[in-house]
Write a protein that binds this ligand. Sequence first.
Ligand SMILES: C[S@@+](CC[C@H](N)C(=O)[O-])C[C@H]1O[C@@H](n2cnc3c(N)ncnc32)[C@H](O)[C@@H]1O
Length: 915
Amino acid sequence: MGSSPPELMALLALGPAFADNDLRATLGPHLESWRRNPRLATVVLNGLAKKRQPSMAAKVLDFMVESKVEVNAFHYNSAISACGKGGQWPLALSLFSSMPGSRVAPDAISFNAAISACEKGGQWQLALSLLSSMPEMRPMPDEISHNAAISACEKGNQWQHALAILSMMPHARLTPTIVSYNAAVSACEKGGQWPLALSLLSSMPGMSCIPDAISFSAAISACEKGGQWQTALRILSDMPERRATPNEFSYSATISACAKGGQWQHAISLLCGMPDMKAKPNQISFNSAISACEKAGQWQHALSLLIKMTALHAHPDHISFNAAISACSKGGQWKLALSLLSSMPEMAARPDEISYSAAITACERGGQWQLALNLLSTMPQMRALPNEISYTAAISACSKGGHWVEALRLLSIMPTMSATPNAISFTAAISACERASQWQFALRLLSTMAEMRVLYDEFSCSASISACAKGGQWQKAMHLLSTMPQMKVLPNEITFCAAMEALESGSQWLAALTLLEDMRAVGVDSILARSAAIATCSKASCWHEALQLGLEMRVTSEVDLGGSFGVLLMECEQRSLLSLELSTSRRLSDAARQGGLLLGLAAVLDFSAELRRGGGSSRNAIPRSLLEPLLVGVACSHVSTRSLPYHRELALLRHVLENAQTGNPAAVAEALDAFGRDLGSSGSWAKFAGGSKAEALLAAMRGGTPACHNNNNHNSATAGVLEIGTYCGNSALRLAASLPGVRVTTLELDPVLVAIARTLIAFAGLASSVDVWTGHSTHLIPRLANWLAQHHSSYFSAIFMDRWGTYYDEDLALLQEHKLLQETGGVLVADNVLTTAAASFLWNVARPSATFVSQVVAVSEVADSSQEDWVSVSVSMSPTSGVQSCADLPLELLFCAKIAKIPLMFFLKNCKKSY
Ligand SMILES: C[S@@+](CC[C@H](N)C(=O)[O-])C[C@H]1O[C@@H](n2cnc3c(N)ncnc32)[C@H](O)[C@@H]1O
C-alpha cells in the first residue's frame, strides 16, 4: 500500500457500501491532475481491480466521463478487469459495450479482459462470441484471448470447443502456450475424455511446450475420472523424469484415482511417500486416502489416517469425518461411527446430512434400530436436514430390527419432511414387510410406488416377490414376475430366486422346472434357484426330477449343500437308493479332493459312505481298514483356510480323533468340551451343547422314566428320543451314552455335517444307537410319522430342538400335527431360547392354555461360561388331565442347572411385541 496514490487509499477507505457523493467528494480534488496526466487515473483503476472493487471502478469511470476527464482504453481495460476479478461479468460487458459510445475503440486487452470476465462468470457462449467478433472489430485475437476462451470452455464443460480453439491457434499464427494446453487438458478432464487428455499431454513437447506440474495433474485427474488408476500412477511416476515435480495436486489426484479403483494400499503408500518428494499432504490428499480406505472397508486405516491428519495439522473437515464414519459403518463398527460423529463439533467440523446418514447406516448394519431412529430425530436440531438417504437408512434399520410398522411410518412421513421416497426407500420398506411376513402391505407399497411415479426396479420387485413367497402366495409372486417386462424391469438372479422360493412354498414343481428353463433362456444361472427347484420337486414327491436336477449340480464352496445335496441324499436315504446315495456322496468327496471343499473332508465323506455301505449302524467297533484312512486323511489336512466352510468342524473332528480313544464316549465328550473351551479362549464360539448346557440337556431328557424311552422293550410304543439339529453329533452321542438302550434319531440338513456326525458317533462307538437322518426337519417330520408306523412305534418320548435360527414354531406345529411326542409325560427341550426369535415358541409351550408344563433353565455356553443362555424344558400333558404343577418337570434338572433369573412369563411379556 506504500506507493498507492492517496486518492486510491481514500476511495478504498469508503468501503464497499460507499455513497456516490462521497466518491465524488473524494475524487473531486484530484480531477485536475488526472486531466493533466490520465495515467494517474489508470493507476487508481488498476488498484481497484487488484482490490476487486468492480462497482467502485465503474463509478469512477462514470464520474470521469461526467467530469469530462479524458477516458481512454487503458481506463476501460482496468475497469473491465476489475469487474472480471470481482465476478461482475454483466458489468464488465456493459462497460465493454459502452466503449464505442465514449469514442474509445476496444483493443485486444479490452477484449481479453471481457472474455476473461465471461470465463470467470461461467459464460462460455459469450466468451466465444467475443472471440469470434474480434477480427471484424480489428484487434486480432492473441494467445491471451484464445487462452481465456479455452478456459471459459473448460469451465463450461465444453471440451470440443476448447479443442477447436486450441487447433485454431496455429492457423492464426499463434503458438499455443502451456496455459493453452493446460486449459485444454483440463477441459478434456472435466468432459471425461481421458484418452484425449493423455494425447494432448503427449503432443505438448512436439509443440515446444514442456508440460508442467499443472499439465500432469490435470491429466492424472482425467485418468481418475476415467477410472484409470494404473495410468494415473504411471503418469505420476514419470513426472520427475519429465522434469516436473509432483505437487500436492498431482498426488491428491493420483490418490483419488487409486481410491476410485479400490486400490487403498497404493493410496496410503502414495500419501506416505509425499514428504519424500517435498509435497506436503494436505486436506484433499488425506481425504482421498481416507475415502480409498472407506471404499475398501478398511476402517482401521481410515481412522489412523484421520488421527495422522490431525497430528500433521491438515485439519480434518466434514469430508474427512464423513469418509471415516462411512468406513466404520462398512466395517461393522457402529460404536466408533457414533463416537466420530459426536467428536466432529469439537474438531470444528459441522456434521451434515451425509455424516448423519453414514452414522444411521452404521447403526442399521449393527442392528441398532433405536439408535438409528434417535439420530434421525436429532438431525434437525443439529441443522442437518434428513434427506432420502437418512430416511432410507433408518427404514432399513427398522426393517432389520423387525419393526415393520415403524418402517412404514417413516416412509409415510418422508414427503412431509421434504424427502421424496425413492425406489431404495420403498424397497427397504417392502423388505421390512417381507421380513414380518406382511405380504399384503408389501404389495400395497408396490402400488403406492406406481401412484407416486417412483419407477420400479429389480430390487423392489424382488423384495415384493420374496414377501409373497414368505406369505405362501406363489400365484401372486409369479404374476408379479410375469408383469416385470411390461414395467421395463428385467428380473435378475435375486428376482428369480425369490420366485423359485415362492414356488417351493407352494410345492409347484412343474412351474419350478419351467422357471429354471426361463432363467436359462435369459442367461441367468443360479445355484440357489437350482437348489430351491430341487427342494420343490422333493417336497412335491417328484424325487426323480429332484435327482435329475441334482445330477447337473456342481459342488463349489458357494453351493448351499443343505438345500441341494442334502435334499438329494435325503431322497436316496428315504428310498433306500444306496448306490445313488453312495455316488452322490462320492461327488462331494471328489469335490473336496479337487479343492471345491476342504481336502480333509474327502476322508470323512468316504468313511461315512463306507459306514452306510456296511449297513451303517449295525455295529459299534470300527474295522482298522476303515479307521486308518480316516485318521490319516483328517490328520494330514491342516485346516489353515479359515475362510472355507467347515474349517471349524474339521478342526473339531481332528481334535477329537487325536485326543480321545475310539469306543470311549466319555473321552469323546471331554475332547469336545476341551475344543469348545479353546474356541472360547480364542474369542470364538462353539455351536454345540457342551459343559453345563449338555448336563442340563441330559438331565432334562432323562426326565421321562427310562422305561418310557427304552424301545428295546417291544411292548413300548416309543421310538426313543429325537433331536432336530445334529451338527457334528455332539449332543446325539451324549444322549446315546447317557440313555443306554435308547435309540436316538437325529436330523441334520447339511450332508457334510451328517458325514462328520456319523464319523464322530461311530468313533465314539455309538453307531448302533444313533441314526443320523439327512434332511430338513420340515421335510423329515412328516416322513418320521410313516417310519414310526412301519416300526410299530407311536411317538418319541423326548425331543430336543436345536436347529439354528430358533425357528422352532414350524417344527413344533408339525410334531403336534403328526403326534410325534408322547402325549403325556413327553419331554420337549429347546436350546437357545434367550432370543426374541424364540418368543412365539415359548408362548406356545408356556401360555396358560398350553398342553405343556414348562420352565426355562439358565445355562452357560461351553466356549464362554460368562455367556448366559436359556434352555426351555416342557413336559407334555394330556389335554384332558388339567393343570399340572412344576413337580412334573424333570427333578434331576434342579440338581444340575439353575432356573432362569428372569421368570418365563416376564420374558414372554417383554417379547410380546415381536409375535
Ligand atoms: C446348534 S446346531 C446343533 C448342535 C447340536 N445339537 C449339538 O449340541 O451338538 C444346529 C444344527 O441344525 C442344523 N439345522 C438347521 N436347521 C435345520 C432343519 N430345519 N432341519 C435339520 N437340521 C437343521 C444346522 O445345519 C446345524 O448343524
